[in-house]
Each structure stands twice: as C-alpha cells, then as structure tokens.
Design a protein around this ligand. Structure first.
Ligand SMILES: CC(C)(O)CC(=O)SCCNC(=O)CCNC(=O)[C@H](O)C(C)(C)COP(=O)(O)OP(=O)(O)OC[C@H]1O[C@@H](n2cnc3c(N)ncnc32)[C@H](O)[C@@H]1OP(=O)(O)O
Length: 257
C-alpha cells in the first residue's frame, strides 16, 4: 500500500513507522490514522518483524488530532463516524509497539503515544492534553490512559489546565520508561526494539497481553490469566529451546513457534 502521511521501513527485525506531515507538526488526520493502522497490521502479520517502533520528527511526535479536519464537524458527523474509533485497531496489534517521542506529543499525539506499549522520550519531549483550550476534551483515550499512567491528581491537572509536562516530569510520573538525549532517541529505541525482537514472538506477545490485561482485571483474575498464559508457553518449541540453551550455556535460537 502506498503511504502519503507516514514513512514505513524495517531495521533488521524492527518495523518502523514514522509520522510524516512535518508542515502540520504531524497533526493526525483520518488518512494518517488509516495508514498507521494499516502499516502496524502489516508488520503484525510479518513473521520477520518482532517489534514495531512509532515515531515522529524532532520537533513533534504529533501535535494532536488535526484541528482543521475536526473544526467543521457536527455532533452527528462525529457520532455517525464514531470519530477516532479507528485508532482502537492499534490496541489489537499483538507485537509490542514502542513510541519514540521527541518534541510535542499533544492531545491525540499524547494519546497515540499512550496507546503504544511504552514510551521512550527524548529530553525535548513535551506531553499534554490541551483539548480543554479548544472547548472539548480528550477523545482518543487520554482521560483514561493518562490517569492510569500518572494518577488522578496529575491527570486532572493536565486535562483541566491543558499544561504541558516536560520529559523529566513525564519520567518521574511514570508516563515514559526512559529519557535519552535528542540525538540518541532513534538509536536507543531501535536497540531496545531489536532486543525484544530477538526473543520468542509467542512469549513476547503473551507478555504484552498479560501486562495490558492488568488494566482491565482484578489482581486475582489477572494473576490467574497470567498463569494460564505461562502454562501455555510450555507447548512451544521456544520454551524447550530457551531453557535447554540456558542449561547448555549457549544462546537460544528461537523459532517463534
Ligand atoms: C484527539 C483529541 C480528541 O484528543 C483532540 C486533539 O488532539 S485536539 C488537538 C490538540 N493539540 C493542540 O491543541 C495543539 C495545537 N498546536 C499548537 O498549539 C502549536 O502548533 C504548537 C504549540 C504545538 C507549536 O507551535 P508553533 O511552533 O508556533 O507552530 P505552529 O505555527 O502553531 O504550527 C505549525 C503548523 O502546524 C499546524 N498545526 C499544529 N498543530 C496542529 C493540529 N493539532 N491540527 C492541525 N494543524 C496543526 C499549524 O496550524 C501550523 O500550520 P499553518 O497554520 O502554518 O499552515
């Protein structure tokens, strides 16, 4: 599929999706959404890809949903299209998606980064949910995901004032997993993604599923769910290979089966 709003590439076993609307600071319109989802689905079904990276530019990961596209919408337009529901498809991608964020990650940009499995930020990253300044509110999951990441108090502060959080505050609050210098962002993120991609794909996918389920289940249900997935991995050749390789003091050669 030809892409206009994104660039798609691979780096070894890592699939890389780069938002590419620099003049609009990677504002997320419907076409961008459709292309990101299509590219992520293609990587998800490509057996040679073990991990996906989603990134933007140095100035902006994404400055939000495209305000110029949204501005003329009526309630009926938004409701009948179930506007933004298309992004939910990303939550069904089974391979890990890492967001590599530099510059602005605002509104839908912050929400898109949070849909990913974890966020690596550069020192220039700025996160925010400024929808309140536009007379609306987060609509791509921000009020829910941000609250789970940073807690009620800070989430209320961010969503109700529209203020931005810098990378240092985002790391301290648990929104991002690590902060690196701007010039190192892609190198570090690709290294992290390549490390994940070398592991058994079924084990990685089930680990992702299990961590994500912790948001939706009670502790007791979640622990039972984890244990069932753990048991099922003993049906894979990779469990046999991984443990045999440890005992034999050699590197495991996973076959993703
Ligand atoms: C998904 C939901 C439901 O949660 C909703 C949302 O995401 S609403 C959008 C939330 N985002 C914002 O409100 C941020 C809007 N942008 C800005 O405040 C500023 O652009 C900035 C602070 C990020 C950067 O400022 P500056 O460096 O001065 O650049 P600008 O000249 O403002 O922008 C350059 C260029 O990009 C266009 N742009 C920026 N953001 C958006 C956007 N979200 N939608 C559409 N277009 C955007 C901006 O209009 C400029 O283009 P031109 O007007 O020069 O053609």
């Amino acid at each position: 599929m030809p892409y206009d709003m994104i660039k798609v590439d691979t780096n070894g076993a890592v699939g890389v999706i780069t938002l590419n609307r620099p003049k609009a600071l990677n504002a997320l319109n419907t076409q961008t959404m459709n292309e990101v989802v299509a590219a992520a689905q293609a990587f998800d079904s490509d057996g040679k890809v073990g991990c996906i990276v989603l990134t933007g530019s140095e100035k902006a990961f994404a400055a939000g949903a495209d305000i110029k596209e949204m501005q003329p919408l009526s309630y009926m337009d938004a409701w009948s299209q179930d506007f933004f529901a298309g992004w939910d498809a990303l939550t069904r991608i089974r391979k890990p998606i890492i967001a590599a964020v530099s510059g602005y990650a605002l509104g839908g940009g912050c929400e898109l980064a949070m849909i990913c499995d974890f966020i690596i930020a550069s020192e220039s990253a700025k996160f925010g949910q400024p929808e309140i300044t536009l007379g609306v509110m987060p609509g791509m999951g921000g009020s829910q995901r941000l609250t789970r990441f940073v807690g009620k108090s800070k989430s209320m502060d961010m969503c109700l004032t529209g203020r931005m959080m810098d990378a240092e505050e985002a790391e301290r609050s648990g929104l991002v997993s690590r902060v690196v210098p701007v010039s190192d962002l892609m190198e570090v993120t690709l290294e992290v993604a390549a490390k994940i991609a070398q592991f058994s794909q079924p084990a990685v996918a089930m680990t992702k599923e299990s961590v994500n389920r912790s948001y939706e289940m009670t502790m007791a249900e979640g622990v039972r769910f984890e244990r069932r997935l753990f048991h099922s991995l003993f049906a894979t050749e990779d469990q046999d290979e991984g443990m045999k390789a440890f005992v034999e003091k050699r590197s495991a050669q996973f076959k993703n089966r």
